[in-house]
Design a protein around this ligand. Structure first.
Ligand SMILES: Cc1ncc(COP(=O)(O)O)c(C=O)c1O
Length: 344
């Protein structure tokens, strides 16, 4: 059996030797008391990186997104999300169940960012006896289920301005915000400026074992801190994980561009195969979506037999993600194996 090439997600990366050394030597304290110096340093660095006042270390992106919504929307209010958003599809209705906030979705253009007109069309009547108050607009960049697509900065700005005119807070799921910034060739602050709060994941392309930061205002952080504890996310000597985050910011941020080149190469390698539609020109970051004529599950099983792992998004859509632990040679190899899968 040839070596397995795992393209299921950029979350499958394992911490490198250097990252493990940084973790082993981290100075730690009780972070629930705010006494872990490594966590504090990471929070300061991430807040500065994203041009915001404060950050809060959370165990996962799912929790940090929930905190982003729960801190600005009361039970019985609603959040606007794209119909392909991660919050809607993969966070187990946590906003409804744990924060009492309804999700109302719209079908955004391909980059996942709504137009101002689209947002205006969602404006509620001031009728508290019938309509819930809309509290927050959630954006996502890059956009996972839309194939890692990225919206132009001007679109993010105009969506954010329109949302603010409607009295909404803007929260951005930035699980892959650094991929988006690199793809656009802009600093991450160009994207984060469109949001009042956002998430910043360490455990995707940055290669850490865990951790996402909620990022926003100092006042928002106080409410986020309460929500994190309520959700069971208060951790103690977690500087061990924060040290991995600091290491990743120093060593793994700039290299995300390589993952984008690998994703494009993968798309090029299989674009002429029968039974699959994939357009390399639509690959903007590290995610490649394959539209398959056969059932996605059948394709995935066959690929697994040849040692290539992928996931299904729906019946005829398969996702591949490139990352730190898959080299360009492995991507070429995966392309060859997938050509066999589609030729079968
Ligand atoms: C776009 C996006 N947002 C949020 C998350 C949630 O992150 P976590 O797995 O850390 O809960 C993910 C995870 O893959 C994601 O892709």
């Amino acid at each position: 059996m040839p070596a397995v090439i795992d393209l299921r997600s950029d979350t499958v990366t394992r911490p490198s030797e250097g990252m493990r050394r940084a973790m082993a030597s981290a100075e730690v304290g009780d972070d629930v008391f705010g006494e872990d110096p490594t966590v504090r340093l990471l929070e300061e660095r991430v807040a500065a990186l994203l041009g915001k006042e404060a950050a809060l270390f959370c165990p996962s992106g799912t929790m940090a997104n929930l905190i982003g919504v729960a801190t600005v929307a009361a039970p019985g209010e609603e959040a606007l999300v794209d119909c392909e958003s991660h919050i809607l599809h993969y966070e187990l209705a946590g906003t409804a169940m744990l924060a009492g906030v309804q999700l109302r979705n719209f079908d955004a253009p391909p980059g996942g960012c709504p137009t101002p007109d689209q947002l205006e069309s969602l404006r509620r009547l001031a009728d508290p006896d019938h309509e819930p108050r809309t509290a927050v607009l959630c954006l996502e960049q890059s956009h996972n289920r839309r194939g890692g697509r990225v919206s132009p900065i001007k679109d993010l700005r105009s969506a954010s301005d329109a949302a603010h005119r409607m009295g909404l807070v803007v929260h951005l799921d930035g699980a892959r915000i650094a991929n988006a910034a690199i793809s656009l060739g802009v600093p991450v602050t160009a994207l984060s400026a469109a949001a009042d709060s956002l998430t910043f994941s360490l455990s995707k392309g940055l290669g850490c074992p865990a951790g996402t930061l909620w990022v926003g205002s100092a006042e928002g952080r106080r409410r986020a801190h309460t929500w994190r504890k309520r959700l069971g996310g208060g951790m103690r000597q977690v500087g061990i994980l924060a040290a991995a985050g600091l290491f990743a910011i120093d060593h793994n941020l700039a290299r995300l561009a390589e993952d984008h080149q690998k994703a494009r190469r993968l798309a090029e390698a299989i674009q002429s195969a029968p039974g699959v539609v994939v357009d390399p020109d639509l690959v903007q970051t590290n995610i490649v979506l394959l539209q398959t004529s056969e059932d996605a599950d059948v394709v995935i099983d066959r690929a697994q037999q040849l040692g290539v792992l992928m996931v299904a998004f729906n019946r005829h859509t398969v996702r591949c993600v490139t990352h730190l632990d898959v080299s360009m040679e492995a991507v070429e190899d995966a392309g060859e194996r997938l050509r066999q899968v589609f030729a079968a």
